[in-house]
Write a protein that binds this ligand. Sequence first.
Ligand SMILES: [Zn+2]
Length: 155
Amino acid sequence: MKNNHLTDETLQAFLLKETQADTVALHLSECKECTTKLEYYHNLIVDITKVAPESFPFEITTIVMDKIMLYEQKKSNKQEFIFWLLLTFILVGISSLSIPFIPKILTVFYSKSIFTTLLIIGTGLIVLLFLFADIYQQYKTKEEKIFKNNLQPIL
Ligand SMILES: [Zn+2]
C-alpha cells in the first residue's frame, strides 16, 4: 500500500470533503508522506481563505454598491436641503402672519387653568412624539430594505 500513494486530486478532494472514502482515511493513517502532503494542502487552503478578501479589492458588488450609496447620499442631501428650505420658508410665513394674533393666543392660555395649559402642551408633545416615531420607523424600514435585501453578497 505504501508504494501506491494518494494522488494530489484525491488528497484535495478528501480535504474539501468531496470524498470520504475509507481507503483514503486508511492510507493516511498508515502513510506519513501523504499525511504531510495533506497538511500542506490544508495550510494552503487556510492561507488562501485568509488572503483572498484582501487580494481582490476590486469586488464588483462592493464597487457598484458604493457608487449607488454615494449617489443616494448626494440625492438625499439635495432633497434634504430643499426640504429644510421649504420648511423654513413656511415657518417664517406662518410666524409673520400670526404675529398680530400672538397676544390673543397668549390670553387664551393665561385665562385657562394651569391644568388646561398642561393638557394642551402634553397633547402637543405626544402628537410630536408619535410623528417622530413614525418618521424613524419609516427610515428604519428603508434602511433595512437596502442593507438586508440588496446588499447581500451574491454567491
Ligand atoms: Zn501515501
